[in-house]
Design a protein around this ligand. Structure first.
Ligand code: UD1
Length: 341
């Protein structure tokens, strides 16, 4: 069965491609290479022994999207990762984010709505909950006003899909609300490749451990949490990738109860920034140079998932511990570092 993975050369997209291929799906990757390289294909081949089809397409070019679907009539589903994801950049360039994340989604849904039947998986984010009132966060927690254009594109994206599904029964869609993805494939053949200074915690931790950064700033030590630092739900990217395959299979098998569904994808366990640093120190055997500084504007204090719905309805559960995920992130960091010197 042929599945399109947009953004398939990116961090989560490449890991999902691997898991799809392992299950026997035929994958066609669309990527504009704006935040990835074709070398990722070699990593996928090294793990699975199979090179996915790849087309360099910018999904903002509507005619190219139309042309792609004309040439691939046999596509059964789309997993849509291609999007911009830097919160700070989205505040500076909101239109870029709306065009990249919303315009492209509309073009894809237009093509899918021409088909007899199509399955669609959307990359959403726990950012839609903002600072939720209750922990752990269930899927029916209210969606709060977005803190950034990036967050807004995830909220609007979900709404666009929901409204489209209402009037287009041929489209079956699932939005997966990711908590904090981290780690890499245990083979260290693929992983996260942040360009420039990483904004996210784990790549900053591993780069500091590798000596690329001198010190990591811990943003805020005065939150009313046990150790004063923020709490997040860190999920191994391979577990997250597997959730996509399970969600897709649910749609392809027609097991979904409604034609638009939402699932949290996390571990259900919250870890503080200091616990993440301790995990790094445990798995690497290195001391990390860190300093507690002021809070980062826009950060929420605590977010971790109630994963009951995904566990029971999808039959999926995150399997890796924080240390296992950190070990894979560290292995990958050392490999990338070795190759770049
Ligand atoms: C961020 C985005 C979120 C997006 C996700 C994508 C914000 C407010 N949220 O999530 O919308 O979906 O990235 O991956 O930007 N931290 C440090 N030092 C650092 C970096 C991070 O202490 O150098 C702390 C942060 O304060 C936070 C935790 O580590 O408490 C995780 O941060 P990060 O990895 O950036 O993820 P989120 O902020 O949860």
């Amino acid at each position: 069965m042929k599945i399109v993975v947009t953004g398939g050369l990116g961090f989560i997209g490449s890991h999902t491609t691997v898991e799809l291929q392992k299950k026997g799906f035929e994958v066609v990757i669309i990527d504009d290479l704006s935040n990835s390289t074709e070398k990722v294909l070699d990593g996928i081949v090294a793990i699975t022994g199979k090179r996915p089809e790849f087309e360099k397409i910018d999904l903002k070019e509507k005619s190219k999207v139309e042309d792609f679907f004309k040439r691939h009539q046999d596509i059964a589903g789309v997993i849509h990762f291609a999007a911009s994801k830097a919160v700070g950049e989205s505040v500076e360039k909101p239109l870029l984010y709306y065009e990249n994340n919303i315009g492209t989604l509309v073009y894809l849904l237009k093509e899918l709505s021409k088909k007899q039947r199509a399955s669609f998986i959307f990359s959403s984010s726990c950012t839609v909950y903002g600072q939720a009132d209750k922990m752990p966060i269930t899927e029916d927690a209210p969606v709060k006003a977005a803190e950034s254009p990036y967050g807004n594109t995830k909220q609007i994206g979900e709404e666009i899909i929901q409204e489209t599904c209402k009037v287009t029964p041929a489209i079956n869609a699932i939005a997966l609300r990711y908590f904090n993805p981290m780690g890499a494939h245990p083979s260290a053949e693929i992983g996260e490749l942040p360009i420039g200074v990483p904004q996210n915690l784990v790549p900053f931790v591993t780069q500091t451990g590798a000596g690329i950064r001198e010190q990591i700033s811990v943003f805020g030590g005065d939150y009313p949490t046990e150790d004063g630092t923020c709490i997040r739900d860190y999920i191994h990217v391979v577990d997250l990738a597997k959730a996509h395959v399970v969600a897709l299979e649910r749609l392809l098998d027609g097991k979904n109860e409604e034609n638009y569904e939402v699932f949290n994808v996390g571990t259900g366990k919250g870890s503080s920034v200091l616990e993440v640093i301790q995990s790094f120190e445990r798995v690497s055997g290195k001391k990390l140079n860190y300093k507690i500084v002021g809070r980062r504007p826009g950060d929420i204090m605590t977010a971790y998932a109630d994963t009951t719905k995904a566990n029971e309805v999808l039959g999926w559960k995150a399997e890796s511990s924080l240390d296992e995920a950190m070990k894979s992130a560290w292995l990958w960091e050392q490999r990338v570092r070795k190759e770049s010197v």
